[in-house]
Design a protein around this ligand. Structure first.
Ligand SMILES: O=C(O)c1cc(=O)[nH]c(=O)n1[C@@H]1O[C@H](COP(=O)(O)O)[C@@H](O)[C@H]1O
Length: 308
């Protein structure tokens, strides 16, 4: 079960964090961009090459201390097929380096379409007699607000291929409360009902550490809700974005964890991949800067929890 593998990677490096690979061109140091543009021109192919080199360098710098990466699909989609090819290559490379890969795709659609998404991102696409794996991520992010039939095709693929997913419950953005915090049921909220649904959808798929294949997303920027979600979802692994660049702190994210620092992983994207912007070396040191930022984040969070 894939969350077992994630939990084990976290325990092995004693680091419950995931580095988000969200590479805007301006996040890529100049020397990498220059080399890519010299080879491919200032074209989408040049931008894709720059991002690939950047990602590869980041993965090399982080793979022995950070258990997971989370490439966000939007940053690759904006470069068309060349970007998607880099996303595919990035996933493969990170897995080869022993990292757990969460493809941040936030998909949600009717069942037949969800099935197609899950084939491409987690399972395999049937081509004639051949079953072809495509992106082959370990895990995806989903928007489950369309209901069970939009998530079940992914869970079926997760069961078949030993994968997992994270479904949005309470997102980190400032506008998340407009809908998610609306009162619903008896003294409840929309996000509370979603939390219960995810526990129900995943029931029966618990792995070695007690977590189902259906994880949940709960933002670091809403610590009170995060605390409630942790209590309400005892069998659910949590992805906690919003640390760092969005203002979430180590004190806030501590509520996401069970005893022994289990059951949650905290994401930082810009805080790690843009760390070089603060060192004054024009990005020549981006690998070292990313590694130092990842270590600082780990140590910061581990002031509040013990991983064992
Ligand atoms: O699913 C996510 O990863 C996600 C959910 C959410 O509620 N908030 C959120 O910020 N994210 C993602 O987490 C990352 C946060 O990036 P930074 O703010 O740069 O650390 C981005 O890739 C977002 O798309």
């Amino acid at each position: 079960m894939s969350f077992d593998a994630l939990q084990e990677k976290i325990l092995a490096v004693k680091n419950p964090t995931v580095a988000g690979l969200d590479p805007k061109p301006e996040y890529v140091p100049e020397h990498i961009r220059k080399a890519a543009y010299a080879a491919h021109g200032e074209t989408l192919a040049g931008a894709a090459e720059a991002i690939w080199q950047f990602n590869k360098g980041l993965i090399d710098a982080l793979c022995d201390i950070v258990p997971s990466v989370k490439p966000q699909s939007a940053y690759y989609e904006r470069l068309g097929w060349r970007g998607m090819e880099v996303m595919e290559r990035t996933i493969r490379y990170a897995k080869e380096k022993g990292m757990y890969v969460i493809a941040d795709i936030k998909r949600g659609d009717i069942g037949s379409t969800a099935e197609a998404y899950s084939d491409g991102w987690l399972g395999a696409t049937q081509v004639g007699e051949q079953s072809c794996t495509v992106f082959d991520a370990d895990c995806v992010t989903l928007n489950g607000y369309m209901g069970a039939d939009s998530v079940n095709p992914f869970l079926n693929t997760c069961k078949e291929y030993g994968k997992s997913c994270f479904v949005l419950v309470k997102t980190s953005n400032p506008g998340s409360g407009e809908l998610q915090n609306v009162s619903a049921g008896e003294n409840d909220t929309v996000y509370g009902l979603m939390a219960d649904l995810i526990e129900k959808w995943g029931a029966g798929t618990e792995g070695k550490y007690g977590y189902t294949m259906a994880g949940a997303v709960a933002g670091a920027t809403h610590p009170e809700e995060l605390r409630q979600i942790r209590a309400r979802m005892p069998h659910t692994f949590l992805l906690v974005p919003g640390y760092g660049a969005q203002g979430g702190t180590a004190e806030d994210v501590q509520y996401a964890f069970h005893q022994g620092g289990k059951g949650a992983i905290v994401n930082s994207s810009r805080g790690i991949i843009c760390a070089w912007k603060k060192t004054g070396h024009n990005g020549e040191d981006y690998q070292e800067a990313a590694r130092n930022a990842a270590i600082a984040m780990r140590d910061d969070i581990c002031r509040f929890i013990t991983i064992e």
